[in-house]
Design a protein around this ligand. Structure first.
Ligand code: SF4
Length: 423
């Protein structure tokens, strides 16, 4: 049993992956680089993380004391929570949601503890084998791909079933399919199977404390094998990566590196300026100029197109009245022709689908589908084609440096980031 657990100080000598390390790469390779390669530490904490850690600590105390035959009252646990909160609160805690205060989060954490206490009192559902303990395990028999993790609570029921418990203080509550696909606790199940010889039944248990909800799920051995393969593939991908690209997503809101990330850095810098200086900031000036010119171009184009349509109409009328089909100008001539063209249904419509089915059935679809180069570049980069075909196709490609500037509207999220920085 002791060999199964490790202290965090043991995890130093080789690349040992954790679930959160792998998930960070999956969500944003650049954030992965900042966190695990450059090891850039940030002094601040989000209030949600601060609250979650204090709730975890109180539940850890609850089960540690139970092991010593001490059953805390709810009041004692609330007292412990409050003492930790006051003692550990610091000035670098960020409250992103402006509608809420630190007190709201404190009460939220307190309620998590009350609900948990009332739901599981007197905490005799199973015997607790470990609390907030580290686990190490391998994804392959050769132990080339090694991982570590921390189980919030490991229990064993009277019928021998192991339970891997995880506490979450998240403000959103997923549905059952999320738990049936969850990788973190399934990885800990792999760890369990490598240490104990009596592991037959394992249940994965999540406590969504803010919602007073418990979720359970199980994994088959086939699912665990396929998870090992997926994780090994991901590790291989990480180790082969040279360019760690940013990947913008809803998770950027929680990222600690907006001042370093090329996608957020300018927002971060501008957010620190007062409005009068911000409008003169060189980047802001350039984007504003480009925006004005693009708008002007749009208006101009619309006006010109309207004028062209009017002139074409007048030319048709003139040619008709003169009984001619070519009209001479000083440098050019205009050919006037009225013809009837067949217009086919646009893609995405029911009629278009039927039309394509009809042509396909006749075996003629390849006669009318065109070779789309943009689509080709996308498919080649997506990794869905055989690597041999990709390298053959890439031999046809010529590298071209193409500067690309696209304007898009500032989103609420962008403005929120600046607000936070100003605050
Ligand atoms: S801000 Fe977003 S894109 Fe940039 S490093 Fe962080 S998670 Fe990645």
């Amino acid at each position: 049993m002791e060999g199964f657990f490790l202290s965090s100080s043991n995890v130093t000598s080789m690349t040992v992956y954790s679930y959160s390390r792998l998930e960070t790469f999956r969500s944003c390779p650049l954030k992965y680089k900042f966190t695990y390669i450059d090891r850039i530490k940030r002094p601040f904490d989000s209030v949600e993380a601060f609250m979650g850690s204090r709730v975890h600590a109180v539940l850890e105390k609850l089960y540690a004391d139970l092991k010593h035959q001490k059953l805390n009252t709810l009041q004692e646990l609330h007292g412990d929570f409050e003492a930790r909160w006051r003692r550990e609160w610091h000035d670098n805690i960020i409250i992103r949601k402006k509608d809420y205060t630190a007190d709201n989060y404190f009460e939220m954490g307190r309620k998590c503890i009350s609900d948990f206490y009332e739901r599981y009192y007197p905490f005799n559902q199973a015997s607790t084998l470990g609390i907030e303990r580290g686990v190490k395990f391998s994804l392959d028999p050769e132990e080339l791909y090694r991982m570590v993790g921390y189980i919030d609570r490991l229990d064993q029921r009277l019928d021998g079933t192991y339970e891997i418990h995880d506490y979450k203080c998240s403000g959103s509550c997923p549905e059952q399919p999320h738990f049936d696909k969850d990788r973190q606790l399934a990885l800990y199940q792999i760890a369990l199977g490598q240490v104990f010889t009596d592991v037959k039944d394992v249940e994965l248990v999540w406590h969504y404390l803010v919602f007073d909800k418990e979720f359970r799920s199980r994994r088959t051995s086939d699912q665990l094998e396929s998870l090992k393969t997926d994780m090994i593939e991901l590790i291989k991908m990480i180790e082969a990566t040279e360019e760690f690209e940013p990947n913008e997503s809803a998770l950027c809101e929680w990222c600690d590196y907006p001042d370093l990330c090329p996608r957020q850095k300018h927002f971060f810098a501008v957010g620190q300026l007062p409005v009068n200086e911000y409008l003169n900031e060189p980047g802001v000036v350039l984007v504003d100029k480009l925006t004005k010119l693009e708008e002007k171009k749009k208006t101009f184009k619309a006006e010109i197109e309207e004028e062209i349509a009017k002139i074409k109409d007048a030319l048709i009328k003139f040619a008709e009245s003169e009984g001619i089909d070519v009209v001479r100008g000083s440098a050019k001539k205009a050919k006037v022709k009225i013809e009837e063209v067949d217009k086919y249904p646009v893609s995405g419509t029911k009629e278009r689908k039927l039309l394509e089915e009809l042509i396909e059935l006749a075996g003629c679809l390849s006669d009318v589908s065109s070779f789309d180069l943009k689509k080709l570049a996308k498919v080649v980069e997506s990794g869905s084609w055989d690597p041999g075909l990709v390298s053959q196709v890439k031999e046809f490609a010529v590298k071209e440096i193409k500067p690309l500037v696209t304007l898009s509207k500032l989103t609420e999220k962008d403005l929120l980031l600046e607000e936070e920085i100003k605050d």
